[in-house]
Design a protein around this ligand. Structure first.
Ligand SMILES: [Zn+2]
Length: 245
């Protein structure tokens, strides 16, 4: 009898587990803003771990969502590490959004619940919904959000910085997408077709202690974990290919 009840509970979980729109659409189309909105709404309703908040609006009035995962009140337990991941500042870099939604689905599996006793995790799957809908890099103001973090005159970035300042996350990751098949680097004898490219802060406004910690400890650790999983990885290269003189 116990087994039958367990089987029914499992079936119930499977039926009501939220599937990312990418999977529902059998990887045949990218997730639209409306599908994303519906997904995060359902995720919140079906989970005790995840809560959804709108941190701001895009130029064209779309919501910027954050998913907050925690087993306690988010951001209130100082013994937990606060982690922020945000994706798709560039609207035509669609894989960050899709990866974030797949990650959300994965994190809600029962075997991953233990994580949220140790960390409070915030995930912003789509920083630039207007650019995403038009599949273009810039936002609805024709601004490059990733060139606006010092000036802060775009509403999407103001929302992100306000959210960051509220919790002062110890770890944050900004997710982008790059095209690995371009010919430009080959001319100079370089290959750039690795699975992942990762960089730590280089800006001298970031304290040297944090830069050193990220470069000497965090990045090598991430590379090791990626290689264990058979992903190829390389340091993020700023700018374009070297110029031949
Ligand atoms: Zn980008």
């Amino acid at each position: 009898m116990k087994k039958i009840i367990f089987a029914i509970l499992n079936l119930f979980q499977i039926l009501y587990a939220q599937q990312s729109p990418l999977i529902v659409n059998n990887y045949q189309k990218l997730t639209s803003y409306d599908e994303l909105s519906e997904f995060v709404d359902q995720l919140e309703k079906s989970s005790k771990i995840a809560a959804v908040e709108t941190i701001g609006k895009s130029i064209e009035g779309r919501n910027i969502y954050v998913l907050k995962f925690s087993s306690t009140e988010f951001g209130q337990d100082d013994s937990k590490i606060k982690v922020l991941v945000f994706a798709q500042q560039h609207g035509n870099e669609q894989s960050g959004k899709e990866g974030a939604l797949l990650l959300a689905e994965e994190l809600l599996k029962s075997e991953n619940k233990y994580l949220f006793d140790k960390i409070d995790f915030a995930l912003i799957p789509q920083m630039n919904p207007d650019g995403s809908e038009a599949n273009k890099r810039r936002n609805g103001n024709d601004a490059d959000l990733n060139r606006d973090h010092l000036i802060l005159d775009q509403p999407e970035n103001i929302a992100l910085h306000k959210f960051f300042d509220k919790y002062l996350f110890e770890v944050s990751m900004d997710v982008h997408e790059y095209y690995p098949f371009g010919e430009d680097w080959k001319k100079y004898g370089y290959r750039r077709n690795f699975d992942e490219t990762i960089g730590a802060p280089t800006n001298i406004n970031v304290s040297a202690k944090i830069r050193d910690l990220a470069n000497e400890k965090c990045i090598p650790y991430i590379f090791d974990r990626l290689r264990e999983k058979d992903f190829t990885a390389f340091s993020y290269i700023l700018g374009g290919p070297p110029k031949l003189i």
